[in-house]
Design a binder for this molecule. Structure first.
Ligand code: TYM
Length: 330
């Protein structure tokens, strides 16, 4: 079976972008692939989270994944920091990563702009750590949203560079989504993508209560109809249609697409329908995640079990990497 790796940072509540960009793929892939799905807790340290918040955040991210359908008996589910082999390979891989190329990464440049008071070395080498998360399990497919495409390209570069210098060890991993392209879920206010830290009212979280979801969708940005049949659909409306395609029936989607085309669309009705369908989708995940978070014995058990399997595979790769580099003395 092909190996799959993906990670999610425990930096806040998971939202529809995380679900439709990543988690939805995990759930399907666990049936056919050898999946390693982890909480990227080391990656989250770049923003200096409060130590007392971290364990709860890690647990919630895991619980939300499992509540969404990730099965710890099918996929290997773990916390990144429970696999110290990743840190050792990261040290080795840093010797093949050039400061110049890391400084050019768009996500790094964004961070320099957003948190100029905290441009730490961990931010700069973020793509190296991410590449190692993937390469250490020798994954070939990486289910991620569109925003991670560039990081995957770098992971391939590092794989090639290592293979070229020391001998073939790493397959080249590719970003993956069922469907033809990577997913990007837009924020409800039309300003960029949904994200854990942006405008709360423009992001639907898997932990949102029903009335919150309905309220947020009611406030979602829509343009008024132009009155001219056949007018191109503005992005704000297309974004709502995208969400409908994910949670509503095909009949409902077609109804509102047609209603736009002949300009009989009523946005109030559309948002109400979408709200109902969204509540039906998010509600059960939210409730299951709450139950799981209360069951700390179960959560700890699956984390330990996942860490053991992830370490076994990672350790085999690390030993080979060290041998190829010449770090094997006896
Ligand atoms: P993170 O934690 O920001 O996001 C987790 C996953 O959710 C996807 N995603 C989205 N997809 C579509 N639309 C959106 N609005 C949206 N927002 C988030 C992300 O693409 C991602 O798949 N660097 C990674 C974590 C990571 C990782 C890895 C991923 C660390 N090591 C190794 C894969 C493999 C990140 O910050 O994801």
């Amino acid at each position: 079976k092909e190996i799959v790796v993906s990670g999610i940072r425990p930096t806040g509540y998971l939202h529809l972008g995380n679900y439709f960009g990543a988690i939805r793929n995990f759930i399907r892939m666990q049936e056919d692939f050898n999946c390693y799905i982890f909480v990227a807790d080391w990656h989250s340290l770049t923003t200096h989270p409060d130590p007392k918040d971290l364990p709860g955040n890690v647990m919630r991210v895991l619980a939300e994944n499992i509540a969404s359908g990730l099965d710890p008996e099918k996929a290997v589910v773990y916390a990144q920091s429970d696999v110290p082999e990743i840190a050792e390979l990261y040290l080795l891989m840093n010797m093949l990563a050039y400061v110049g190329e890391l400084e050019k990464v768009p996500t790094f440049k964004d961070k320099v702009r957003l948190q100029p008071q905290n441009v730490n070395a961990g931010l700069l080498t973020y793509p190296v750590l991410m590449a190692v998360d993937i390469l250490i399990q020798r994954a070939v497919k990486v289910p991620v949203g569109k925003d991670q495409g560039q990081h995957l390209e770098m992971a391939r570069n590092f794989a090639q560079r290592f293979n070229h210098r020391y001998g073939n060890l790493f397959p080249e991993p590719a970003a993956f989504n069922y469907g033809d392209s990577l997913v990007r879920i837009a924020s409800l206010d039309g300003n960029g993508k949904m994200s854990k830290s942006e405008n709360e009212m423009a992001t639907i979280y898997l932990a949102d209560e029903d009335d919150k979801i309905i309220q947020k969708l009611k406030k979602a940005k829509t343009d008024s109809g132009t009155g001219e049949p056949g007018a191109p659909m503005p992005e704000s409306v297309a974004n709502l249609i995208t969400l409908m395609e994910l949670v509503s029936t095909p009949e409902v989607v077609k109804f509102y697409q047609d209603a736009w085309a002949n300009q009989t669309i009523r946005f109030g009705d559309m948002k109400k329908q979408l709200g109902e369908d969204m509540v039906k989708f998010v509600g059960p995940i939210r409730e299951r995640a709450k139950e799981l978070q209360r069951d700390t014995d179960y959560m700890h058990k699956i984390m330990k079990q996942g860490a053991e399997k992830a370490r076994a595979n990672a350790s085999a790769t690390l030993q080979e990497a060290k041998k190829l580099i010449g770090l094997k003395y006896y």
